[in-house]
Design a protein around this ligand. Sequence first.
Ligand SMILES: [Zn+2]
Length: 343
Amino acid sequence: MPHRLRYPLHDTLPMPGQTLQVAAGVHWLKMPLPFALNHINLWLLEEQAGWCAVDAGYDSADTRALWEQHFGGSMGGRPLTRVVATHYHPDHIGLADWLATRFDAAFHASLGEIALAKAVWHDLPGHDVAALNRHFALHGLPEAKQAQYAERGNTYHWGVKSLPVTFNRILAGDVLRLGGSDWLAIPGYGHSPEHMALYCADKGVLIAGDMLLPKISTNVGVWGGEPDGDPLRQFLASLDRFLHLPEDTLVLPSHGRPFVGIQPRVAALKAHHDERLAAMLAAMDGPMTAYELLPALFGRMFDLYQTMFALAECIAHLNYLWHGGKLVRRRDADGCHRFSIAP
Ligand SMILES: [Zn+2]
């Protein structure tokens, strides 16, 4: 029987525009998101000369207004000295440039994250909407839906109006000195190219970003820039890096409540993906496209935005089974990839 997660803060949450201290010198902020997933957690670390922000929030008028409240309120008028992004997704990096520019603060991220952020932001070939549509067309997305994506354009710009021009590179295994403590950069792959979680042994705290969430499973998708990739295998392998952290580590996730229980959460995530993989194999009824298999993986219909992530995640599960020898893939005369059980 797996151990359940513990939530040491119970139902205590930071109020909008206020912070809640979760460990010595570590403060929790909640910011809104305009999606079904309606919030992101950010972290402020007390530094000698001001504050370090870990993740910045999605660029919206609401989030900017809340940051303004923090500047004069919870931050006591002290400046941001550093901004760290765990990864390039808009809810994490969206306001990094705005914050860093305003305070002339140093910006830190991994090269993989900043490189992909710039590729997507600047619509580079392979990372633009046309590439997304070509990729999804190979996996059976109907033309009408492709037209909707084309019309919608680059959604990355919705939450990221600008990106920092320069950055300070975080490498896997680096130790960042933040707020008088050492924070170990633990890389994670599969959700984004080079996600960095930060672990502080002194405080017994892991800032997990999106790699370990208490309730929802992290999105793991195959996108147009690396269509034959195997990010699910990378994600599952990355989870093992957290297993040797102490059992009583307080995990600070980007979505949901802080929790204790890395080991049971990793076990549950692995079991979840095993179940999804088994469901896909069971649903395979002759050669099928990823789009045809979407109901087997998720069992429900999605709006346009959710379909994008669901289809990318479906392809990630198929590529995992394909690279693992459980499925074969063929390209049919209609241009679509179809998967079937390996003989
Ligand atoms: Zn993310």
